[in-house]
Ligand binder design. Structure first.
Ligand SMILES: C[S@@+](CC[C@H](N)C(=O)[O-])C[C@H]1O[C@@H](n2cnc3c(N)ncnc32)[C@H](O)[C@@H]1O
Length: 225
């Protein structure tokens, strides 16, 4: 019997033509700038996973609407997604970047500095969850998850009480290239089980109202009540 494709890396039930269409429109919008283009070239060269311009635009839009003052990103890489968020932050806002790789954060500092944003950036090297745990209750306006996918449920548990009512939680890669769509089985990989648990919680928790945007690899947006 052929192996089930449901949890293999190559299985992609999403629709490439739709993605190409949205990518093309976003490129027509030309919302990027020189620094972002440079970061995109680095990501392509080094095969580093960044959110890309479609999700970047969504992050910028949500930030512009919410006007968050305290923002935390879990899994910042070299600062591409943070740069999109920073572009829409109000003056004096605080954006905390976290990454377990210090070299990534050094680059993030370099790129964000070039953006000249009137924002206080903080760079935390190490486990993002430890940094999140230290944040006071109800002190965050916006949290963006893009760390190790198996840790999304843990990140959610810590983030929820630390987000204020009216705040938002965004999470990237919630479709795991479609691997979350199949019916659950006992031997599902850890990231698939974790992502399903994460999504079930953000859709059912009494403080959460969620929409899953099927752009790129899926982004969930949760309003915290
Ligand atoms: C997908 S990349 C982030 C990309 C970035 N958000 C962007 O779009 O520009 C994921 C990053 O999370 C970091 N990471 C994974 N697990 C982490 C953890 N527990 N704590 C801190 N950083 C973590 C990795 O080092 C990696 O740089």
């Amino acid at each position: 019997m052929p192996a089930s494709p449901k949890n293999t890396k190559t299985f992609d039930p999403l629709t490439p033509p739709l993605h190409r269409f949205v990518d093309r429109l976003t490129l027509m919008g030309n919302y990027t700038d020189e620094v972002l283009n440079e970061m995109e070239r680095r990501a392509a060269r080094e095969r580093f996973p960044i959110v890309g311009p479609v999700v970047g635009t969504l992050l910028m839009q949500i930030t512009a609407w919410l006007k968050p003052v305290r923002v935390m990103e879990l899994g910042s890489g070299f600062g591409y997604s943070a740069y999109w968020i920073a572009r829409a932050l109000p003056e004096g806002a605080e954006l905390m970047l976290t990454d377990q790789n210090p070299e990534n954060l050094q680059l993030a500092e370099y790129y964000l500095d070039r953006g000249g944003f009137p924002v206080a950036f903080q760079f935390y090297r190490g486990d993002a969850l430890e940094v999140l745990e230290k944040q006071p209750m109800e002190s965050l306006d916006l949290v963006f998850l893009d760390l190790d996918k198996a840790r999304y449920p843990e990140a959610l548990d810590l983030a929820l009480p630390r987000l204020r009512s009216g705040g938002a939680l965004l999470a990237d890669n919630v479709l795991l290239r479609g691997r979350v769509l199949a019916l659950p089985e006992e031997d599902d990989p850890e990231d698939v089980r974790a992502m399903r648990a994460f999504l079930e919680t953000v859709y059912t928790h009494p403080r959460c109202i969620t929409t899953l945007f099927p752009v790129r690899d899926g982004v969930s947006l949760t309003l915290i009540q």
